[in-house]
Design a protein around this ligand. Structure first.
Ligand code: PLP
Length: 393
């Protein structure tokens, strides 16, 4: 059975070019980049090139790039650094819809005695900048707001929010794990102090991430040990991963236009057709202010898990809630924060596309989804009760 992979916000396939760039660094050039000999030194040079490639995608300078192991590490390192260099400030601002990499850290910090403000979002998943402004105080050490939401794709106005933080002398971090590679980003023209990204969301392998730290921003390392990353992140470098990430960043800039035309058109077609063919379905999240690859659709009165199981029979991969929360039967914290009604939130499916999806795959999904939902609704007492209620109304 062919796999139709529409779960690219969970993780992506490693691009063939990325794999090819990495292989020699597993097989032949295995030297330690910190070694004095030429064999290791040449690997160090290749890491330098990869750092330049990452910086180019972000419109940053190579020395602003700290290579880490994943997006979660980058998020933790950024927020903990900000708190450590501002020990007198005990307040942080995040949003209610952050990924657990930030949200759970917020819970942990609250346990340690920090005051954590979780900003609400409206029914479309958008942030209220007035409320945000009011949340900033002289005690605020850092703001961490995601650029793009992993479940709905909704974008936050992080560039504006970063300016407002800077005016008040507050550090600003953004979790851009879902945004990088999908929308253009230029660190030269914004006021964001720190930004996290993750390789496996943009066709590089798992186990490699980046924390961008603007030049001049004070930084306290999370991992202490050797001198790697100029003392900002100790640990022997994941050489193949770093080289793969560099290549993936170059490919991402080349594919940015396709992401915002072809991928967006396929996403829009999928969404339009599913809404037209399946009654009582709706899109979650602001449709104008959104990543080009993501669609979060609720099918009322059915369980997301049930939908995923039946989709799986056709080899169609997607998510209900985020990858990290789909093990639980609680509706996603993102949809709850948006006030999506319970019967809708439970039946939500996130479709996330990549440049490797084809129109034939989307047509296949459009054909298979309506009977799947109909079959599940046929078994749902809630749907039958809902139908009767509609007939009676
Ligand atoms: N932040 C967001 C918005 C994400 O979507 C994810 C992964 O799903 C992460 C952070 C964590 O990244 P990683 O899996 O590289 O730790």
């Amino acid at each position: 059975m062919k796999t139709v992979y529409l779960d690219n916000n969970a993780t992506t396939q490693v691009a063939a070019e990325v794999m090819e760039a990495m292989l020699p660094y597993f097989r032949d050039f295995y030297g330690n980049p910190s070694s004095m000999h030429f064999f290791g030194g040449q690997v160090g040079l290749k890491i330098r090139e990869a750092r330049q490639q990452v910086a180019a995608l972000l419109g940053a300078d190579p020395d602003e790039i700290i290579l880490t192991s994943c997006g979660t590490e980058s998020d933790n390192a950024a927020i903990r650094s900000a708190l450590s260099i501002n020990p007198d400030r005990r307040h942080i601002v995040i949003s209610r819809v952050e990924h657990p990499a930030v949200k759970s850290l917020g819970v942990d910090l609250a346990r340690q005695g920090y005051r954590v403000t979780e900003l609400p979002v409206d029914k479309d998943g958008l942030l209220d900048l007035d409320l945000y402004e009011k949340s900033l105080t002289p005690d605020t050490a850092v703001v961490s707001l995601m650029w793009a939401n992993n479940e709905t794709g909704v974008l936050f106005p992080v560039e504006k929010a970063a300016e407002m933080a800077r005016e008040r002398g507050i550090l600003f971090h953004t979790d851009a794990v879902q945004a990088v590679g999908k929308i253009p980003i230029s660190m030269k023209t914004n006021a964001i102090d720190m930004l996290s990204l993750s390789g496996h969301k943009l066709h590089a392998p798992k186990g490699i991430g980046v924390l961008y730290v603007r030049r001049g921003t004070r930084f306290a390392p999370f991992l202490i040990g050797g001198h790697q990353e100029k003392g900002r992140r100790a640990g022997t470098e994941n050489t193949p991963g770093i080289i793969g990430l560099g290549k993936a960043c170059t490919l991402a800039s080349q594919h940015m236009e396709k992401e915002n035309t072809t991928v967006k058109q396929l996403r829009d077609k999928l969404e339009r057709e599913l809404l037209a063919r399946i009654p009582k379905s709706r899109v979650n999240g602001d449709t104008a202010n959104r990543l080009p690859n993501t669609s979060n659709i609720s099918f009322e009165f059915v369980e997301g898990e049930g939908i995923l199981l039946l989709m799986d029979e056709y080899g169609i991969c997607a998510s209900s809630g985020s990858a990290c929360t789909s093990g639980s039967l609680q509706p996603s914290h993102v949809l709850r924060a948006m006030g999506v009604p319970f019967t809708m939130a439970h039946g939500s499916i996130r479709f996330s596309l990549s440049i490797y999806n084809t129109e034939a795959e989307i047509d296949f999904v459009i054909e298979k989804m309506p009977p799947i939902i109909e079959r599940l609704r046929g078994m749902s007492p809630y749907w039958q009760a809902g139908e009767q209620a509609c007939v009676g109304a």
